[in-house]
Write a protein that binds this ligand. Structure first.
Ligand code: HEM
Length: 133
C-alpha cells in the first residue's frame, strides 16, 4: 500500500474530498444528507476507519455495511453506478498513483456489487417458472 501511495493521510483526504462532492451531487447529495443530517462528522470518521480496515487489514472498522444501508430512503440500484463514477472522478483528481486508483476502484466496485445484490436482488427474478411465462 505504501509503495503505491496509500496511507492514512491519503485515506483522510480521499474521504473528505469524496463526501464533499457527494453532498454537491444533485442525485446522491439529498439521499446521503437526508439520512446523515447532523451526523456527518461521525460518518466521515467511520468511512476513514472502513477504508483503513480494508487497505491495511488493521481491524479499524467493525460495522455492518449491509445493515447500514437498509432503509436509506430513495436508495436505488441505479445510484450505485453514479456513486462509482464520482469516486473514479475524485481518484482521477487526487490519487497518488495509477495503482492507487485501480486498487480503490476494484475494491469499491466489488463492495458496490455485493451491496447491490444484498439490498436489491430478488431470487424470484431467476425463477425458471417466471422466465417461461
Ligand atoms: C449510491 C450508493 C450509496 C449510497 C446512497 C450510500 C449511502 C450511505 C448512507 C446514507 C450511509 C449512512 C448510514 C447511517 O449511518 O445511517 C452509509 C454508510 C456506509 N456506506 Fe454507503 N452508500 C452507498 C454506497 C456505498 C459503497 C459503494 C460503499 C463501499 C465502497 C459504502 C460503504 C459504506 C459504509 C462502510 C458505511 C458505514 C456503515 C456503518 O454504519 O458501519 N457505501 N452509506
Amino acid at each position: 500500500m505504501k509503495a503505491i501511495g496509500i496511507d492514512q493521510a491519503f485515506i483522510s483526504t480521499l474521504v473528505e474530498t469524496f463526501y464533499g462532492r457527494v453532498l454537491a451531487h444533485v442525485e446522491l447529495g439529498p439521499v446521503f444528507d437526508a439520512r446523515l443530517s447532523g451526523r456527518w462528522p461521525e460518518h466521515m470518521e467511520k468511512m476513514k476507519s472502513f477504508w483503513s480496515a480494508v487497505a491495511f487489514r488493521n481491524g479499524a472498522y467493525g460495522g455492518k455495511p449491509v445493515q447500514a444501508h437498509h432503509g436509506v430512503s430513495n436508495l436505488t440500484a441505479e445510484l450505485f453506478p453514479k456513486w462509482l463514477e464520482l469516486f473514479a472522478a475524485t481518484l482521477d483528481d487526487i490519487a497518488p498513483s495509477r495503482e492507487a486508483k485501480d486498487w480503490f476502484m476494484a475494491t469499491a466496485e466489488r463492495i458496490a456489487r455485493s451491496l447491490t445484490l444484498s439490498l436489491f436482488y430478488n431470487p424470484a427474478m431467476d425463477d425458471p417458472a417466471l422466465k417461461q411465462a
